[in-house]
Each structure stands twice: as structure tokens, then as C-alpha cells.
Design a protein around this ligand. Structure first.
Ligand SMILES: Cc1cc2nc3c(=O)[nH]c(=O)nc-3n(C[C@H](O)[C@H](O)[C@H](O)COP(=O)(O)OP(=O)(O)OC[C@H]3O[C@@H](n4cnc5c(N)ncnc54)[C@H](O)[C@@H]3O)c2cc1C
Length: 245
């Protein structure tokens, strides 16, 4: 798969124009785009009368009588000025099934973003984690927070800080971290699988929004449960007893 940068379209144009823009930019006769995936979208608003969306795109292409590998080599050789490169492997290298057998099921304290993804990955690897969360499930938590906002009654265990989804659940859900760690991609892909908008994967400043975030967290909870994990709400970790080696 190849990656090309600076493919542009106007605001009013549909995404369907992307393949033809790639072909035009590369200018290679007979080239066809078989598949493409938007990797990044940014806005070029320098000309207010014609604001452009600018994309980096991964694509699979073909040339008549050429294998996929031959097509890629030919394009890389022939289109040196086209901001073209081999697409990096962005797949998060997760163990499909854990091979290590554990004496006990792993226990995670807290079901905020960190505990959620630790739980999800352990569950996907077959380790059936047990997650302890001091607060309540989203459904109950939302009622407690609304009561606090209306009546000023604070539930010390179920509030804007504590409960399923963690401290940011009542925030706006801006997902703007731009670190290059491949695990960021894994998080965004899981959000999309759990019902988040597909553009999370390529928007420069992805934004999930509070309502969608809640549905996404419930869906990730279901995935953990389907994989044999357990989430115990209103279960606060109060200490650790260490015995043996
Ligand atoms: C108002 C607000 C708005 C924010 N907006 C954004 C945003 O738009 N974008 C963004 O990226 N980040 C945002 N953040 C930051 C983001 O929420 C945090 O970075 C993130 O929640 C940290 O995740 P965490 O899992 O490490 O901790 P937390 O989210 O704090 O999760 C910890 C969880 O553990 C539970 N817990 C605590 N102690 C125990 C215990 N002893 N036993 C069992 N369970 C326990 C808590 O109830 C909680 O659910 C915001 C934060 C706040 C407070």
C-alpha cells in the first residue's frame, strides 16, 4: 500500500473525487485505484473564497499487466515529486491470544480510559480481566450527576470524577493528542468499532462529543463482557495484601 500527501478537494466536492485526484497527481497512464483510506484531513483556508480540504491517503492501485508490487515500485520510481511513499504499517501489534497462562485472572482498578483499554486488551487476548470500579455504571452515574447539578446532592462515589468512563466522561471528548505512538490508532479504531464516527480516524482534531462518548464506553463495556471479562461497579480497591514471592 502506498501513501500520498496533499490530495486536495473543495469543501463542496464529495469524497468520491479522491481517487481521480490521486490518478491526476501521479499522471501515470492506465493507473486505477482499487481501494483507498483517508489517513489525515486538514483545512487550507488561505483562500477564503475556495477553502480546501487536504488529505493524506493510503491506497492500493493497479496498472495493466503489473502485479501489485510492480505497480508500487513503478509509481515510487516514476513519481518522485508527488509526495508518495510506502504506507507505514499502522496496525497495533496485539497478541491475538495470550500464550502465557496466569495463576489468577488479572485485576484492574478503575474503569476510566486507562482501565478500560487495559481491560479491553486483556479481554481480547483471552485473559478475562476483573475490573473494580468504585463508581457506578454510566446509566446510574448520569442520574447521580444530574441530581448533583439540580439539587446539589453529592454522591461521593458516583459523580463527575468517579464512575464508568472515568473523569472525562462529562467532558467534550476532544481526542486531540497527536503523539505518534501506534497505540493512539488502536484507541481511535476501537472507538469507531464501538460506534464512534469514522472520521475520528483521519480528522486532524478528532472530536467525539459527550453523547457519543457515553454510547462508545457502553459498547466497549459490552465487548469486555462478551470476551469473558467482569466489571464490578461500586467496588473500591481499598488496599493490597501481598503474600508469597
Ligand atoms: C472536566 C474534564 C474534562 C476533560 N476533557 C478532556 C477532553 O476533552 N479530552 C481529553 O483527552 N481529556 C480530557 N480530560 C482528561 C481525561 O479525562 C483524563 O486524562 C482521563 O480521564 C484519565 O484517565 P484515567 O483512566 O487515567 O483516570 P480517570 O479517568 O480518573 O479514571 C480512574 C477511574 O478509576 C476509578 N477509581 C479511582 N480510585 C479507585 C479505587 N480505589 N478503586 C476502584 N476504582 C477507582 C474512578 O472512579 C475512575 O472511574 C478531561 C478531564 C476533566 C476532569
Amino acid at each position: 500500500m502506498l501513501r500520498i500527501h496533499e490530495i486536495k478537494k473543495s469543501l463542496g466536492e464529495s469524497q468520491g473525487v479522491i481517487p481521480e485526484r490521486i490518478i491526476k497527481k501521479l499522471g501515470v497512464k492506465g493507473l486505477e485505484i482499487q481501494e483507498y483510506r483517508l489517513i489525515k484531513e486538514s483545512v487550507d483556508a488561505r483562500n477564503k473564497a475556495d477553502i480546501k480540504l487536504v488529505y493524506s491517503v493510503d491506497f492500493i492501485s493497479s496498472l495493466p499487466d503489473k502485479t501489485a508490487g510492480e505497480t508500487e515500485s513503478r509509481l515510487l520510481n516514476q513519481c518522485k515529486n508527488a509526495k508518495l511513499e510506502l504506507a507505514p504499517d499502522m496496525k497495533y501489534q496485539q497478541v491475538a491470544q495470550g500464550s502465557e497462562s496466569l495463576m489468577h485472572r488479572p485485576v484492574i482498578a478503575g474503569f476510566g480510559p486507562s482501565g478500560m483499554f487495559a481491560g479491553l486488551i486483556l479481554a481480547q487476548a483471552g485473559y478475562r480481566p476483573i475490573i473494580l470500579e468504585r463508581g457506578k455504571s454510566i446509566e446510574e452515574r448520569v442520574k447521580d450527576v444530574e441530581r448533583f447539578w439540580k439539587e446539589g446532592v453529592l454522591d461521593e462515589e458516583s459523580n463527575v470524577q468517579f464512575g464508568e468512563g472515568g473523569a472525562g466522561l462529562f467532558s467534550d471528548g476532544k481526542l486531540t493528542t497527536q503523539i505518534k505512538d501506534p497505540r493512539v490508532r488502536k484507541v481511535l479504531e476501537e472507538f469507531v468499532l464501538a460506534g464512534g464516527p469514522p472520521e475520528l480516524l483521519y480528522k486532524q482534531k478528532p472530536h467525539i462529543g459527550t453523547d457519543v462518548l457515553r454510547r462508545v464506553v457502553c459498547s466497549i463495556r459490552r465487548t469486555i463482557l462478551e470476551h469473558g471479562g467482569e466489571i464490578l461497579f461500586q467496588s473500591r480497591l481499598t488496599g493490597l495484601e501481598v503474600s508469597g514471592k
